[in-house]
Design a protein around this ligand. Structure first.
Ligand code: ZN
Length: 166
């Protein structure tokens, strides 16, 4: 995965119900389960840099997703390097999927989508949805967050963790 731009679905896990203040005024109760956040990255560093930012729990809080990823366990992202942003199309596709519920108004202040964040009780596997990557049809790639960036205790040594990441 290089610095190419593209569109991604970032996956987070939440173990217990938590209320998170998102932005300055709004507090949202996040139920346990998995959260899927749709975004695109067309600036410097591309998808890789953006996904790694989402993985970091220590960061300045700017976007809605920053507040959620700082309070839950970031897991990784499905992505593809399509030449045009597909985030709004993908948000629509996820909204139509069984078992995914939109968190109304999250991450979509600048567009007409219902939401860019979706909740599901069971662990999703978007690799099974190649149509998300538009034409030509391809399966999505997946990038796991570095183990040391999550709050999940790992049995692996630091060396093994670096190898599994690099
Ligand atoms: Zn949108």
């Amino acid at each position: 995965m290089d610095a190419a731009p593209g569109t991604y679905v970032f996956l987070l896990h939440n173990k217990t119900p938590i209320a998170v203040r998102v932005g300055r005024l709004r507090e949202i109760l996040f139920e346990p389960g998995y959260y899927l956040y749709v975004g695109s990255a067309f600036g410097p560093g591309g998808v890789r840099a953006r996904v790694l930012r989402h993985c970091r729990r220590q960061k300045s809080l700017h976007w809605h997703i920053d507040y959620l990823s700082a309070a839950t366990t970031p897991l990784g992202a499905w992505y593809c390097h399509a030449a045009t942003p597909l985030e709004h199309d993908w948000a629509g596709l996820l909204q139509a999927m069984d078992g995914l519920l939109p968190i109304l108004g999250f991450g979509c202040s600048d567009c007409q989508c219902v939401s860019h964040l979706f909740h599901t009780a069971v662990q999703p596997d978007l690799a099974q949805f190649p149509s998300l990557c538009s034409t030509p049809l391809r399966t999505l790639s997946y990038l796991s967050c570095p183990a040391q960036e999550t709050n999940v205790k790992s049995e692996l040594s630091p060396l093994l963790r670096r190898e599994s990441w690099g």
